[in-house]
Design a protein around this ligand. Structure first.
Ligand code: SF4
Length: 537
């Protein structure tokens, strides 16, 4: 999922969704309009960065009504954490850009023609709900804070809680954090940005005012990028974070994974696992932002050590050997985001059980971060009693993303408001009650899990990096000393809540309850296989 206007452009362009099957035999871009779909030669675009690609396409098709989602060199080179870029927004996590690259697909281009907004079942009711809600948002404190700061205000908050990951998740507080917190970035703000029809407009454009990166400009960085190019590599130069963010957008890279890759390299260098010779002459010390830029370029182009790092930290650790894998901070191979799971354990359980791996968005545990009281209050340090909350968060998120509702624009959104919006938009009476739409959310999470089961995932994959079990969190203020002690209990609680068996596979009863009986046979086949493997070992 990414911000911007592309999702709305798909619908306004006359389509419900785009599914791309197979692989083109040469670089191609797809042009969609109300007249139909064309597959066009992308030779002249291949090799260009994402901004140049969009400029060139707009030169040909016009600046208005032309909406583009494209990849940069990282996607073309099949970097496993390549992003899809639309305007300056990224759909980044999980390597979606590499999927486009593997298809030789440089860009999707949609031409919308003016007022083709989709029909609503009850337009008047829908617009009244939106208008009433916008009235509340106008004066709402959270909305105002999001509009002013975006997510940059999270930096000092996470630092105070001691869960701002520092030096590849070794520590939880960063000396000098005030140089990269929300107030510091406010001084660099030059404009704001909003996605399609958003009244929160949390996007910020920042420009470095001094230092070696003076003049560098980016739409962002958000909190996650401040973590990944800040705390993760012990860097407090805001200009470097802005410039690295812009470079990743141009090359088409996920900033979270890229920053964690850089932290991984710095720790391997510190521990003597990678030498300067193995790093193409680089000597990447903590806080070395010059090394960060070299690593970004090398990864995107798969040059030298970048060719190994482009596989992501888990695979890179296996390829490097010498125990390097221990320092890969991932869940299911996806680099962890900016909340240390040892001192926010429902968050950690969310990372471990998320069907896409280490994602903060898949089931954000707001209960631990901002005292959210639903479905109930929890103690972020407690070793047990988190399974139901982690499951509840994932189901809630699936409902919201189906909506589609942005995490940052959900101020004062109630389950009933979501239902009312669904019903007035679609006319479907089965969407009128929250308990019904929650079932849709549960079905989405469960079906994704079935997909993973088919691909060989089971309980063994629902886990966190070894560091989280073996090394108590250091230099982390109130979180110092926290460690994950009872992963097995947490998993059992979560599986119980979700209706999964002890191997993390949905039970036949749960599949039938969710109307997924058609995949029960296949899941049972893998269940037998995993049980027999466990018996043998
Ligand atoms: S609140 Fe969400 S939809 Fe609005 S501008 Fe921010 S990211 Fe985009």
């Amino acid at each position: 999922m990414g911000g911007g206007k592309f999702g709305a452009a798909i619908k306004n362009g006359g389509y419900d969704f785009i599914a791309v099957h197979g692989q083109a035999d040469k670089p191609t871009f797809v042009y969609l309009s109300r007249e139909g779909v064309q597959f066009l030669d992308a030779d002249c675009l291949w090799g260009l960065d994402t901004f140049a690609t969009q400029d060139k396409i707009r030169d040909k098709y016009g600046k208005t009504h032309t909406h583009i989602a494209c990849i940069g060199p990282a996607g073309e080179n099949l970097v496993k954490f390549a992003a899809i870029i639309h305007e300056k927004r990224a759909a980044a996590r999980g390597g979606v850009g590499a999927v486009m690259g593997a298809k030789n697909l440089k860009a999707l281009v949609i031409h919308t023609t003016g007022a083709n907004t989709p029909a609503l079942h009850d337009r008047e009711a829908f617009l009244k709900l939106v208008k009433d809600h916008n009235k509340i948002l106008k004066t709402h404190v959270r909305r105002k804070k999001m509009t002013t700061y975006g997510t940059t205000f999270m930096t000092s908050k996470m630092h105070e809680m001691g869960i701002f990951p520092v030096k590849n998740f070794q520590e939880g507080c960063l000396p000098g954090v005030e140089k990269i917190d929300g107030e510091a970035f406010q001084k660099l703000k030059t404009a704001d940005y909003g996605c399609y029809a958003c009244s929160t407009r949390c996007g910020n454009v920042f420009k470095a005012a001094e230092g070696p990166y003076k003049g560098a400009e980016s739409e962002g960085p958000e909190y996650e990028t401040i973590f990944s190019f800040g705390g993760e590599i012990a860097n407090t130069d805001a200009g470097a974070i802005i410039a690295a963010d812009a470079l990743c957008d141009r090359l088409g890279l996920d900033t979270i994974s890229m920053g964690v890759v850089a932290g991984f390299v710095m720790e391997l260098y510190e521990k003597g696992i990678l030498s300067a010779q193995e790093l193409d002459g680089m000597k990447p010390e903590w806080g070395d932002h010059e090394a960060l830029f070299k690593l970004i370029e090398k990864v995107a182009k798969r040059e030298g050590i970048g060719n190994i790092l482009a596989e992501g930290t888990r695979k890179a650790g296996q390829l490097i050997g010498k125990g390097a894998e221990y320092y890969a901070m991932t869940a299911k191979g996806l680099e962890l985001p900016g909340y240390d799971p040892r001192a926010a354990k429902a968050h950690g359980l969310g990372y471990a059980t998320s069907n896409i791996g280490g994602s903060h968005m898949y089931g954000y545990a707001r209960q631990e971060i901002s005292g959210f009281m639903q479905p109930r209050e929890i103690d972020r340090f407690a070793d047990e009693g988190k399974g139901d909350v982690a499951g509840w968060n994932q189901i809630k998120k699936a409902v919201e993303e189906t909506g589609i509702l942005c995490n940052f624009a959900d101020t004062n959104i109630t389950p009933q408001l979501i239902c009312d919006l669904f019903v007035s938009a679609t006319g479907r009476s089965d969407l009128a009650e929250a308990k019904n739409i929650n079932k849709f959310g549960e079905r989405i999470v469960c079906l994704e899990r079935c997909f993973n089961v088919r691909e060989g995932f089971s309980r063994k994959d629902d886990t966190l990096p070894e560091r989280m079990f073996k090394e108590p969190l250091k230099n982390a203020g109130p979180s110092t000393g926290q460690v994950i002690r009872k992963m097995d209990s947490l998993l059992d609680e979560y599986y119980d809540f979700m209706g999964y068996d002890k191997n993390g596979m949905p039970t036949v009863e749960k599949l039938n309850e969710l109307g997924l009986g058609k995949v029960a046979h296949e899941v049972s086949k893998f269940r037998r296989q995993v049980s027999s493997d466990a018996d043998k070992s």
